[in-house]
Write a protein that binds this ligand. Structure first.
Ligand SMILES: [Zn+2]
Length: 409
């Protein structure tokens, strides 16, 4: 399938962050050519004059199968939140998980997310939903101690079996992997076992890390240091590791993260659960590879990465008392090229460049009447646009939404 996109403003996210008015030609699953007046015939020809073409956004923390749990645990702290959601999880059927996943994926397509890193059990069912919807999915089967799970069998065996069944050669749409729930339900052996699976199959491994004060205080009482330091001592931090949340981390831990893992910053979930503000200013300064996630719709309550970009920036500006803090360009980097790198797709995703995979979005500047001037396109993308401005979503060269009409149900 070929797609010719005529005359959009292209927010390339290339090395010099160029914004150019060009035609973009997609052939198969790849961006084949970016140029002036490309005249080839294509199956789809999109007149994108007056629209913004950008790399699809990458959400590095979801529990997409919780799509039906929106609003079930609002205005309660994390402890109560987990109690409520775990109780529902224990009773869910395969059909529930499948239909909730479709619901979440439809929202992602609608709001311009093209790749997501998911952490949950039953990722085999979620993989089927992702195949149907056509999104690029990084699915990490969640591992926790055997005596603390509602999963049948041992979570680490379930994770490995899932990877064996679904793994495929990169670049792929379904990227099967393993993840960890959090240190509060994962002992050292469990953490090491999951890290070993990630190493053997070369997959990313996300884990909730230092999300709350309570979590960190408990680890400090037992070990005398924070969660990140503990993970470092276990030897599990590396370029495959995605530390999710990292709200309560020391200066030393920020340095450790800079040398090893990526971070998934989830500002809306953190604020909504009253967990605090992650030190993203410090992380950026230390060159930690920061990415962005929504978390589930139970703690967000949507999957709109545009609002996550905005909140991320505003939270640091407010925290540091400095309006120049965490610029729009920087948060757009978090949601595109940084995230691509964290997922091991740095040379294939995250920017609009010839040879890269065609995971693209077109943003319609109306009804907000966003001025299309080169100097303000990126800041308006972050501060003015919502996911509902997205007009077209293309993943792997396939339009999943065209002119706001979704092709897959
Ligand atoms: Zn989470």
């Amino acid at each position: 399938m070929d797609i010719l996109i005529k005359r959009p403003w292209v927010v390339t996210q290339d090395a010099s962050r160029r914004i150019i008015k060009k035609d973009v030609f997609v052939s198969g699953n790849t961006i084949d050519e970016i140029g002036d007046s490309i005249g080839v015939r294509a199956e789809y020809r999109i007149d994108a004059e007056g629209m913004i073409l950008a790399p699809g956004l990458i959400n590095t923390h979801t529990h997409v199968a919780m799509g039906s749990m929106r609003g079930i645990a609002d205005d309660v702290p994390l402890g109560k939140f987990l109690e409520k959601t775990f109780a529902i999880d224990a009773k869910r059927t395969e059909q529930d998980i499948h239909s909730s996943s479709i619901m979440g994926m439809r929202e992602m397509v609608r709001t311009g997310t093209t790749s997501f890193l998911d952490l949950y059990y039953s990722e085999d069912i979620i993989a089927k939903a992702a195949k149907r919807m056509g999104l690029r999915a990084f699915l990490s089967w969640v591992v926790l101690d055997k005596d603390k799970t509602t999963q049948k069998g041992n979570p680490k065996d379930n994770a490995e079996n899932f990877i064996k069944r679904f793994r495929s050669r990169k670049p792929a749409l379904i990227n099967a992997g393993v993840g960890l729930q959090g240190i509060y339900v994962c002992n050292d052996d469990t953490i090491s076992a999951a890290a070993d699976i990630a190493e053997r199959y070369n997959t990313v491994i996300p884990m909730h890390v230092s999300e709350t004060n309570v979590e960190v205080d408990n680890v400090k009482k037992e070990h005398g240091h924070g969660v990140v330091e503990h993970l470092d001592k276990l030897g599990v931090l590396n370029k495959r590791f995605v530390a999710v949340h990292t709200v309560h981390v020391s200066e030393k831990e920020v340095k450790l993260l800079a040398e090893t893992a990526a971070v998934s910053h989830n500002p809306i979930s953190n604020m909504k659960l009253g967990n605090g503000a992650a030190p993203i200013h410090e992380m950026s300064k230390s060159r930690v590879n920061v990415t962005l996630g929504t978390d589930s719709v139970a703690s967000n309550n949507n999957l709109d990465m545009f609002s996550t970009m905005k909140f991320a920036s505003l939270l640091q500006k407010n925290r540091m008392g400095d309006a120049s803090e965490l610029s729009a360009q920087r948060v757009l980097d978090f949601a595109t090229i940084n995230a691509a790198k964290a997922l091991g797709y740095g040379n294939r995703l995250g920017s609009v460049e010839e040879g890269k995979l065609a995971d693209l979005i077109l943003i319609d500047p109306y009804p907000n009447a966003i001025p299309l001037s080169r100097s303000s396109i990126v800041s308006n993308m972050v501060y003015a646009v919502s996911g509902l401005n997205v007009d077209t979503t293309i993943v792997d060269g396939v339009p999943l939404m065209l002119g706001k009409e979704q092709s897959k149900m």
